[in-house]
Design a protein around this ligand. Structure first.
Ligand code: SF4
Length: 547
């Protein structure tokens, strides 16, 4: 999701005629797009302060922003005057700005359409907008009337999510920026909206209460304004890094409230895009050369669309016997059937939403690639319960069995957390056992770190750092074995590789099972699907030669 979000951010900046630089020292604008499910990731970002300070000493024009899971409230750093008169600041700013004075602004990714406004506010007196769509000139900017109103914009931005200021923001845009930002403002959110409710942040209790989290999880996002805010974000068509393998977000947010995860608070509740919009985007991408589409969502397989759910599946349907077909499966079928598409993937799925119809889809949709990323997180039932994952280790293994029956060549990858609060040696051993049985082709292993604002941050983080490291290494050793065994099975086989990159005579790509593969070839093979015979297998990749 973050990769796709970065493409959207780049698109908004490119529309403002901002040029990319490969050297961070040359940049006038740096935006960190963060993914911080765990506190350690957040700490790494906040640790950038010293580097940024040095860069700002060399380039006083430099502005630094941050978006992604860490941001609660779109806001700009108050000026020194505003800070001095703190009591007069009537708007709320995100706590990150107080914690990190080197940051000039932060924005919720759903507020991406506010970025041109933030940009105009930050750079208004120093830079020219060159684009026709945002043709503010420095003379217009120096108009004192505009500067006055810019303060209103600042307040409005800082409190984008306060309904009461919505009208002020719109008026200030209309009265001050006039034609100059017209095209840009059309792209802006027409109605800044309040954030999704975040009751757990306000009412976190010091212990895990499954009833509480389950109640919260059952409250699906209902606020139409939240939906329209997300719809605005989705409507920014990203300029993709390459045109042959593309990402299409179909939903965002999460209703699951795993106790260690910040996503439901940071990204809000689940909101799905209308299926027609997704299919239209896929058609456009295919017309532009896409042969592989990866559907994205924090919880992609809980995609909802009432209209799709009520539609009977097309006849004859291999899914009839399953009764109601989840909207996600119907959507998959619609995209699968688009002419020109050769490969379809989706990412990331929750085991509890892996419906029988979806498992069957792996057997019956040939363009759906035989790979599934299915986070397990822990293999001990007590730990799974305290993580609020809503499945048992046995249920997870049953899902894998069914998947392998439906598609024998399917590769399963996963996410695991070691050293969750209270995880005993015995419970870790249970996890190891399930981890080995599941025979993963790849896994992202992390040592637990408490994430402020989540329920588990209130649990005692009582597994020592050394013990977490030891558990991580033990699990990683098992992964090396299972991953190598999976890749050895490919030896001598002919596989189809989508070539994504080329370096020094070697083509790099992915097999249908999403294994990394390298083979000697030429640059002109990039974007092509090539038949390759697998000749060598290592834990993390295979090698081969063109067949
Ligand atoms: S399913 Fe759990 S881990 Fe995944 S995004 Fe939702 S809350 Fe976070």
């Amino acid at each position: 999701m973050n990769y796709s979000d970065s493409e959207r951010i780049a698109t908004v900046l490119e529309n403002l005629k901002i040029k990319k630089t490969t050297e961070i020292k040359d940049a006038d604008l740096i935006i960190f797009n963060t993914c911080s499910v765990r506190q350690a990731a957040e700490n790494r970002v906040l640790g950038q302060g010293l580097n940024i300070k040095k860069l700002k000493e060399k380039n006083p024009n430099l502005k630094v922003g941050l978006t992604g899971c860490m941001v609660r409230q779109t806001s700009i750093q108050p000026s020194q005057d505003e800070k001095k008169n703190n009591h007069k600041i009537k708007f709320q700013i995100d706590p990150l700005l107080k914690k990190s004075p080197w940051l000039d602004f932060v924005f919720r990714i759903e507020d991406l359409k506010q970025l041109p406004l933030i940009y105009s506010q930050l750079f208004s007196q120093k830079f020219k907008f060159e684009s026709e769509s945002a043709s503010l000139t420095s003379s217009k900017i120096s108009n004192p009337k505009i500067q006055n109103n810019a303060a209103v914009v600042r307040v409005a931005l800082a409190a984008t999510l306060q309904q009461s200021l919505a009208a002020t923001l719109q008026q200030s845009l209309a009265a001050t920026l006039q034609q100059s930002l017209a095209a840009t403002s059309q792209q802006l959110s027409k109605s800044p909206t309040p954030p999704l409710p975040n009751p757990l942040l306000q009412e976190t209790r010091g212990f895990f209460d499954s009833q509480q989290t389950n109640q919260l999880a059952s409250q699906k996002t209902s606020k139409p304004e939240a939906r329209s805010q997300i719809a605005n974000y989705f409507s920014i068509a990203p300029k993709t890094q390459n045109n042959f393998s593309v990402f299409v977000p179909i939903m965002t947010g999460c209703d699951n409230f795993c106790t260690y995860c910040i996503v439901p608070y940071a990204r809000g509740r689940e909101v799905s895009r209308p299926w027609q919009e997704i299919v239209a985007e896929c058609k456009k991408l295919i017309a532009n050369g896409a042969i592989e589409i990866t559907l994205l969502g924090q919880n992609v397989n809980s995609y909802q669309d009432k209209e799709l759910k009520n539609l009977p599946p097309p006849q004859p349907s291999p899914f009839n016997e399953e009764g109601v077909i989840p909207a996600f499966v119907t959507l998959l079928r619609k995209i699968h059937d688009l002419p020109g598409l050769q490969r379809l993937r989706f990412f990331t799925s929750h085991p509890k939403d892996l419906s029988p119809a979806l498992i069957k889809a792996f057997a019956q949709l040939p363009k759906l690639m035989p790979h599934l990323h299915l986070p397990l997180q822990a293999g001990d039932d007590e730990i799974l319960h305290r993580m609020n994952r809503n499945y048992t280790a046995k249920q997870y293994l049953q899902l894998i069995k069914k998947l392998k029956k439906a598609r024998p060549d399917i590769a399963i990858s996963t996410d695991m957390i070691v050293g969750f609060p209270g995880e005993t040696k015995k419970q870790f051993e249970n996890s190891l056992r399930i981890f080995e049985k599941a025979n993963f082709s790849m896994a992202y292993l992390s040592k637990y770190s408490p994430r402020i604002g989540t329920i588990s941050a209130k649990f005692e983080d009582n597994v020592s750092h050394e013990e977490k490291t030891l558990r991580w290494q033990t699990m990683n050793e098992i992964l090396k074995k299972t991953a190598l065994a999976q890749r050895k099975k490919m030896l001598g086989k002919i596989t189809e590789v989508l070539v994504e990159n080329y370096k020094e005579g070697i083509c790099i790509g992915h097999t249908p099972e999403f294994s990394n593969i390298r083979f000697p070839g030429s640059k002109k093979l990039i974007s092509k699907i090539v038949k390759v015979k697998v000749t060598e297998a290592a834990a993390w990749e295979v090698r081969g030669e063109i067949y």
